[in-house]
Design a protein around this ligand. Structure first.
Ligand SMILES: O=P(O)(O)OC[C@H]1O[C@H](O[C@H]2O[C@H](CO)[C@@H](O)[C@H](O)[C@H]2O)[C@H](O)[C@@H](O)[C@@H]1O
Length: 365
């Protein structure tokens, strides 16, 4: 797990300060400022006085006043225009993306919630549409494709329903490949990797304790994601967020080997190992035989803080590109943006349409 997902006390203070600025700025702090990312890798600072700052962090990551980026063709205000110049739409820059991929194998990495499925109140009802499923299926015919998610493997495979994909569940801590890999350069073998296996009994224990401890908070939902646990506060009244974080704190103080990070109206509890979606991306590229390969172009599409780890890996490698799914201007390590899952679907469909004639004309040569 990298530093940028951890939201320790001092970073939270910075977030709070930045959030004040955010009322006059189009950007809300996401991820926390870099100066605060380095120091805190695994500690969970939950001293009594920090509850308030956690609540501030929860508010800062759930903005309600930020202006949405206007849809393509709609009038654009100055601030959104500056953001969209910096992170242009992957649809309007489609040709730029495809020409960058000339001579290279695209490998597609897709986050699930907020990327393939719209964000909904009930995590068990976050279904993807049939049209999205068809788009992902078609993409996987032409490019090796992996779903990289905070969800547990079983649930996301159930939601997606495509056996031909690679899956990295539990924020990359549970990786599984298709039974019959199609595109791999490496000798075909099924991939299975679980770097946090030893944490399974601990995660089970913390899940049960969190279920018990948070049951008095109306709307709170605890989800067991096998190698990590999510505590959802989307349906918790804001006035109860402090009580909820205190309940989570009281459980986690018994588990120094676990840490707390934050996603979209969700608190995520996971092992302190240095493993994240970025590491999962690198692992999968290696498994596919593209470890030190120059002619590969990984494309990662995601909407959440945890996806920033993968965007950053691509930036640091100087290879491939990240596409942030967001209706709101955010700081990001991605290169391009898309506003919502329907635009993700449109992008995937265009990619297949672009690849299909290329494949046909090649086969005639
Ligand atoms: O890595 P992801 O695939 O983006 O998973 C991150 C979390 O996604 C889910 O929660 C989010 O989506 C829910 C359904 O739309 C929504 O109700 C919730 O507020 C969001 O945070 C999932 O339920 C979590 O376990 C994942 O950690």
């Amino acid at each position: 797990m990298t530093k940028q997902n951890v939201v320790p006390a001092e970073a939270v203070a910075a977030i709070t300060a930045a959030a004040t600025v955010a009322s006059s700025s189009p950007l809300y702090p996401y991820p926390p400022p870099r100066s605060f990312q380095k120091k805190y890798v695994s500690q969970l600072d939950f001293a009594g006085g920090m509850i308030g700052t956690w609540v501030e962090s929860m508010k800062a990551s759930s903005p309600t006043h930020t202006k949405a980026v206007p849809a393509i063709g709609a009038p654009v205000d100055e601030q959104s225009a500056a953001w969209i110049m910096r992170y242009p739409s992957a649809l309007t820059k489609f040709e730029q993306i495809t020409s960058a991929s000339k001579g290279k194998q695209i490998v597609m990495f897709l986050d699930y919630d907020g990327t393939l499925s719209p964000i909904v109140e009930d995590p068990d009802s976050a279904f993807m549409t049939d049209a999205m499923r068809a788009a992902v299926r078609n993409v996987a015919r032409y490019f090796p494709t992996a779903i990289v998610t905070g969800r547990c493997l079983e649930k996301v495979i159930d939601f997606v329903g495509l056996t031909e994909l690679y899956y990295a569940g539990s924020h990359g801590m549970d990786i599984k490949g298709p039974a019959k890999p199609r595109h791999t350069k490496a000798k075909a073998k099924s991939v299975l990797f679980q770097p946090a296996r030893e944490f399974l009994p601990m995660i089970d224990g913390v899940y049960k304790s969190l279920l018990e401890r948070t049951k008095s908070t109306a709307g709170a939902k605890v989800e067991n994601n096998k190698f990590c646990v999510s505590v959802h506060f989307r349906c918790v009244e804001e006035k109860s967020w402090g009580a909820l974080i205190e309940q989570v704190r009281s459980v986690l103080k018994e588990y120094p080997k676990l840490r707390l990070t934050q996603g979209r109206k969700v608190l995520e509890i996971r092992p302190t190992i240095k493993w994240d979606k970025g590491k999962a991306l690198e692992f999968l590229l290696e498994s596919l035989g593209f470890a030190d390969c120059k002619d590969v172009m990984p494309v990662y599409i995601g909407d959440d803080r945890t996806d920033e780890d993968a965007f950053k890996v691509l930036r640091d490698r100087g290879q491939g590109l990240g596409i942030l799914v967001s209706k709101f201007p955010k700081e990001t390590n991605a290169t391009y943006s898309l506003q919502e899952p329907t635009e993700v679907k449109d992008f995937l469909v265009r990619l297949v349409e672009w690849k299909r004639p290329t494949m046909k004309s090649r086969s005639k040569v």
